[in-house]
Design a protein around this ligand. Sequence first.
Ligand code: MLT
Length: 318
Amino acid sequence: SAAAVSGAFAQGFPSKPITLVVPFAAGGPTDLVARHLAEAMRKPMGGASIVVENAAGAGGTIGATKVARATADGHTLLVWHIGMAATTSLYRKQQFKPLEDFEYLGIINDVPMTLLGSPKLPANTYRDFENYIRANGGKLNLAHAGLGSASHICGLMWQSAVKLDKSMTTIAYRGTGPAMNDLIGGQIDVMCDQTTNTTSQIEAGRVKAFAVTTARPLSNNKVLKDYPTLQEMGLKDFNLTIWHGLYAPKGTPPDVLKKINDALVAALKDPEFVKRQNDLGALVATDKRVTPAGHKEFVAAEIAKLKTAIEAAGQFAD
Ligand code: MLT
């Protein structure tokens, strides 16, 4: 029977290194989550070799398509985020259907974002920042990691929430890792990025921070407590949290999926993994979204929510 075949297959799984595909450039928040996760999953995966591969471009859809088309044997997985729910509303010719072309494992974490400015931006409080962008937005640029990336979604939602009359010039990168270098260097004026990537830069004073995108700081991150939320700054409905999830190609055998998700759930309970995530402002998932069904149900709801948000902010979506 298929179950018996799958069972036998699972016994031999993994039979080679497991690849976590990150659909953005190295050095960014998705890459960091994948590398932390690979380390935490190794032991529960029986000491298996778990490697991270960056396959960037087109807001994450190039890497996602690569995994959707990969051999469904459990050795190629995707670490992605809200892009799984957002890109469907932004790419007319998308090569995959989020709810049909993947097997869902669990959700990994929830990460706040911070609104940042380059060191030369003449503002030090959120109020100064918002007023400065209102007056000069048309002459300033904002970096993101492609349509449907977390940084892109945040940029369009923020510009829409403050009702800018002229949208900022947006510059797409292969990930917010590379973009961060240009923000520090002053070639980029503004970027909204996840605290997993921004905490160390803010602490080192290499960039200016103005506000946090979640309704409240998610964890006791020493940086987050220094900045107000956008809701506290008057954008009363603004609440953007970047979740990350783990996915396999459709058709991956059920017993293999179970073996992977058991290792994922064990990794999410690893004290070292939790501490590293919390120190960077992120919360590790503990709710029903860590189950495949809970994750998939959540993404279906997120697709609808982001479709509405993207349509409402349409003129800023590039
Ligand atoms: C990254 O890993 O570079 C980010 O997730 C890109 C983004 O989604 O903004």
